[in-house]
Ligand binder design. Structure first.
Ligand code: GCO
Length: 457
């Protein structure tokens, strides 16, 4: 069975991961420039100063996306390129780049889906406390206004924050991402509350000032669970485990941040668990945070397995040798069945998969091509499951593959390759991989080329 005719086929990237030109045309430093400049923080000290050179190649990148037949491109805006001081004066050269990118996409009938925050917090705002400063939500609202004023005559799809779970969890708890902090639980809860307020204020600005009717979402990620079997008790165990706020690694929990955004309150189990560490939030905070959204964007890469046990959900260990990616993430295609199903049930919104993909071992083979058969199989299996979710009545409206091209994979630098297109970082040559052509066939056939039955992994 094919995907719906109006299904959105896309691919994705992010400003710091592809643009480069880190010190060009008025852009000021961001926390990732600072983090990568700190010895030992990123693989081989890699940073985004050059990245994929996309700042100088908007037309080339748009051609690549058009070559897929993709109808949408999820990209992000670099806050420090637009407001070099974090607030205040708008940088014309920075805004002009995004004009060029948006116009290049639209000229090829590709709809830009724009993420406002994909982790490049201006360093000057980090120096004022970043997400720990209560003013951060107002800083973000002002930045949103600058972007909406410039682009909303052409951009109609917006994401406020990319993965608050990650930039709070890895950036502020483990410290393995920028800004490299290791805060107390009380401070983490305060920073995530400020990020939620920033989300809400940003949605308000978009809805009040967009020049075209906007569709707005967020792009969270979180620990997900799939059932060990289709037995109702195992399915309920997976649903419970997905949304229960855990005592450890709670920052990667979906409900902790998504419930305030969409249900207007923090999950009770978390509030009880966190006790006095909870920020002194008010009902008006929640009214600001809980703004109507048009879709539930979500990044899904994998999931863990649970079954119903005597004491509640029990994790099921995978057998030795179970397939994993170069990031050592397990291949779990039914995460794209159960994830959309559980999320659609809970948040009652259409679901859009805003990131899904893998890091695989890609290099130029002897014939000069990149035979990334793993990505082809990954795409096939995950889209097969996503179509199953649609067939079972889940309102899934789109899929954005991460990523259009190999790019700066944060602390892993350029060591991991997620792209449909291979990047030769010496020449900046873009070389479509075998998976690029397969994804183009999937899009062209609206999924018909995906077999109805697949051999199990
Ligand atoms: C994320 C980010 C992307 C990553 C991708 C692979 O989800 O972490 O949105 O920027 O590059 O997910 O890790």
């Amino acid at each position: 069975m094919s995907f719906p005719r109006q299904f959105v086929w896309g691919t994705a990237s992010a400003s710091y991961q592809v643009e480069g030109a880190a010190d060009r045309d008025g852009r000021s430093p961001c926390v990732w420039d600072d983090f990568a400049a700190t010895p030992g923080k990123t693989f081989d000290g890699h940073d985004g100063s050059l990245a994929c050179g996309s700042y100088d190649r908007p037309e080339d990148d748009a051609d690549l996306i058009a070559g897929l037949g993709a109808t949408a491109y999820r990209c992000s805006i670099a806050w420090p390129r637009v407001l070099p001081d974090g607030t205040g004066p708008r940088n014309e050269a920075g805004l002009a780049y995004y004009d060029r990118l948006v116009d290049a996409l639209l000229a090829r009938n590709i709809d830009p889906w724009v993420t406002l925050f994909h982790w490049d917090m201006p360093s000057c705002l980090q120096q004022r406390g970043g997400w720990l400063n209560a003013a951060c939500s107002d800083w973000f609202a002002e930045y949103t206004q600058a972007v909406v004023d410039r682009l909303s005559d052409r951009v109609t799809h917006w994401f406020t924050l990319n993965e608050p779970q990650i930039f709070i969890g890895l950036g502020h708890e483990s410290g393995t991402h920028a800004p490299g902090l290791q805060l107390s639980r009380r401070e983490l809860l305060l920073a995530s509350h400020h990020a939620l307020l920033a989300h809400g204020k940003s949605v308000q600005v978009i809805r009040a000032h967009a020049k075209q009717p906007p569709r707005v979402g967020c792009a969270p990620v979180g620990q997900m669970f799939v059932p060990a079997s289709d037995r109702p008790e195992d399915v309920e165990a997976a649903r419970t485990a997905t949304f229960k706020v855990p005592t450890e690694n709670w920052t990667f929990n979906l409900a902790w941040m998504c419930d305030p955004m969409l249900r207007g309150h923090y999950p009770d189990d978390g509030v009880e668990q966190f006790g006095d560490d909870m920020p002194a939030w008010t009902e008006s905070d929640m009214a600001t945070i809980c703004q109507p959204l048009d879709f539930f964007g979500v990044n899904i890469y994998h999931a863990d397995i649970v079954r119903a046990g005597p004491e509640g959900p029990e994790r099921v260990e995978r057998p030795r040798g179970y397939p994993i990616t170069m990031f050592r993430w397990p291949i779990q295609p039914d995460s794209l069945y159960w994830g959309p199903k559980f999320l659609h049930e809970r948040y009652k919104l259409p679901v859009v998969i805003t990131e899904n993909g893998l890091a695989s071992m890609d290099w130029k083979h002897a014939d000069g091509k990149i035979h990334d058969l793993g990505r082809i199989d990954f795409l096939t299996r995950h889209l097969h499951q996503l179509r199953r979710a649609i067939d079972d009545g889940v309102d899934v409206q789109g899929y954005f593959h991460w990523s259009i091209m190999d790019n700066y994979e944060w602390a892993e630098g350029y060591a991991l390759r997620f792209g449909l297109v291979y990047l030769d970082y010496t020449t900046m040559q873009r070389l479509p991989k075998e998976s690029y052509h397969w994804y183009a066939k999937i899009i062209q056939s609206r999924g018909e080329v995906i077999p109805t039955t697949l051999e199990p992994l």
